[in-house]
Ligand binder design. Structure first.
Ligand SMILES: [Zn+2]
Length: 62
């Protein structure tokens, strides 16, 4: 599914594709389309809302 996340660096909204088949807890790295900084995105399936919750932080800041 396509999900939106907010870049932790510039604050712009980006889109990321999460493959549900890969599991209910995933971590991936995407470059922001605006500022090109790498974002670590943690996706956790929310059984209650039936969608993924995303946590985003900037990779090069740890
Ligand atoms: Zn950005």
């Amino acid at each position: 599914m396509d999900l939106n996340y907010q870049c932790a660096s510039c604050g712009k909204t980006n889109e990321v594709f999460i493959e549900e088949e890969l599991g209910h807890h995933q971590q991936l790295v995407e470059d922001c389309a605006v500022c090109c900084r790498p974002m670590v995105i943690t996706a956790r399936w929310n059984e209650w809302s039936k969608e993924f919750d995303l946590e985003v932080y900037q990779e090069d800041l740890g």
